[in-house]
Ligand binder design. Structure first.
Ligand SMILES: [Zn+2]
Length: 434
């Protein structure tokens, strides 16, 4: 066992944080061999029980759950920050040409190494990410994540139509490849597979049907896709499926809405769609920096909470403009405030933080596993320095409440705040397969 003494932040209820200003986090091996939280609370209360446990002391620092990024694209590390007229030209001019390179295992391996280093540098300890349509891209990322003992979920992109040579796949083979990748990687160490239809326009009906069959056969495998990001895209789907009630209902008709199904964006929905997300237990990956960058629209938080479906935050790199959870939380605040196209709301700092940690984990079906520091959670955490920049130091020194402290970090923070990222390694039993 090992203990960490610092301020400690964790969540007890949705959007309700606990902050122990002089706290103790005790971690030790679980029955499965991973390091998990054994106890968390105030130092004064816990220290006598754990007096023999070696304790690292981080004065002035905050230990918080590692961040959970619900949606991004690892092959788009070189697409970030590319100028375009909107989503569809951006895909054609930047994204697809870059993704073609991932047919090479060597190219994929170096990109995977860079990507995971960037996640960790930004305090992201769990990610649900797209790969490309090439199985090599998936093997490379899983292998790299396994080396870091990271809890990572990815999958081969399904895209058999309306896309150029070099990224387009073949219907039957794409489904064979998907099933082989599920069998090779899903549930190995901390890795999970996600069936990954890119979005309705890129997938034939036969491919979506096959994806739905696999989703039924492997119910604990994830599903990830995009829905209702952009109005041009919504019109395109209406042309492809004129009889469908909505864009989202196309996924339903192919069996692709269920628990562990995660849809990025979910902007241009109506209340019937929102009720469908709730009824099927599918979740939304809110991607605010991407939506602002590409001018796609504003996620309706009031509508989401009225319907009661699950959601959490995502960077959506490379449509998104930052790997930093602080930048994403700030953008989510701005998106919430927008009140011209929907009801505006001022999201509280604890709620924003929860959306990128425990709330995102819950949306992924990983509540009590990651995204929090309650006993039993896997010990993925970050050590934050609230004095990382002169302005942050000045501002956080004046914080009179937890909300003021967290909001200062959200608005002014970036990768410099992340002093350490600690991943739950296999403890006394190395290399255990779960
Ligand atoms: Zn995306």
């Amino acid at each position: 066992m090992k203990a960490y003494r610092a301020s400690v932040l964790y969540f007890v209820n949705p959007a309700q944080a606990v902050f122990e200003s002089d706290g103790l986090l005790v971690v030790g091996p679980s029955a499965r061999g991973l390091q998990v939280v054994q106890a968390v609370g105030s130092y004064a209360a816990l220290a006598p029980r754990f007096a023999d446990v070696p304790t690292a002391h981080f004065p002035g620092r905050i230990i918080a759950p590692g961040f959970v990024d619900m949606h991004l694209h690892y092959p788009q590390i070189d697409v970030i920050g590319s100028p375009a007229e909107g989503l569809l030209p951006w895909l054609e001019n930047y994204t697809f040409p870059h993704e073609k390179r991932f047919s090479s295992p060597e190219y994929s391996a170096q990109a995977a190494a860079f990507f995971i280093a960037e996640l960790l540098r930004n305090g992201v300890t769990t990610a649900l990410t797209f790969a490309t349509s090439h199985p090599a891209s998936v093997h490379a990322l899983f292998a790299e994540a396994q080396r870091h003992s990271l809890r990572l979920i990815t999958g081969k992109v399904l895209m058999d139509q309306h896309s150029p040579d070099g990224v387009r796949d073949e219907t039957v083979q794409s489904l064979i490849d998907t099933e082989a990748l599920i069998q090779r990687w899903h549930g190995v160490d901390r890795l999970g597979y996600a069936i990954t239809p890119r979005f309705v326009p890129n997938c034939s009906a036969a491919q979506l049907h096959g994806a739905g069959e696999l989703a039924a056969r492997y119910p604990d495998v994830w599903i990830q896709s995009h829905v209702a990001e952009n109005k041009d895209e919504v019109v395109w789907v209406r042309q492809l499926y004129p009889k469908a009630r909505s864009y989202l209902s196309v996924y339903e008709q192919f069996g692709l809405l269920r628990p562990r199904a995660v849809y990025a964006h979910c902007i241009h929905l109506d209340d019937e769609d929102r009720a469908l997300l709730r009824a099927t237990c599918a979740a939304a990956a809110v991607s605010p920096t991407s939506n602002l960058f590409l001018g796609s629209g504003f996620f309706d938080y009031v509508g989401a909470d009225r319907a009661g479906f699950q959601y959490g935050l995502a960077s959506d790199v490379g449509g998104g403009t930052s790997f930093s959870p602080f930048h994403t939380m700030l953008a989510a605040y701005c998106v919430g405030r927008e009140g011209q196209t929907k009801a505006g709301v001022s999201l509280g700092p604890q709620h924003l933080w929860w959306q990128h940690t425990a709330g995102a984990a819950r949306s992924l079906g990983l509540e009590g596993v990651v995204g929090n520091l309650l006993p039993g959670c896997e010990a993925d955490f970050v050590v934050l320095n609230p004095q990382a920049t002169p302005l942050l130091a000045r501002k956080t020194a004046q914080a009179g409440s937890l909300d003021e402290l967290l909001f200062a970090l959200i608005v002014l923070g970036d990768d410099r705040v992340i002093e350490q990222t600690v991943i739950s390694q296999a403890g006394n039993v190395a290399g255990v397969t779960v």
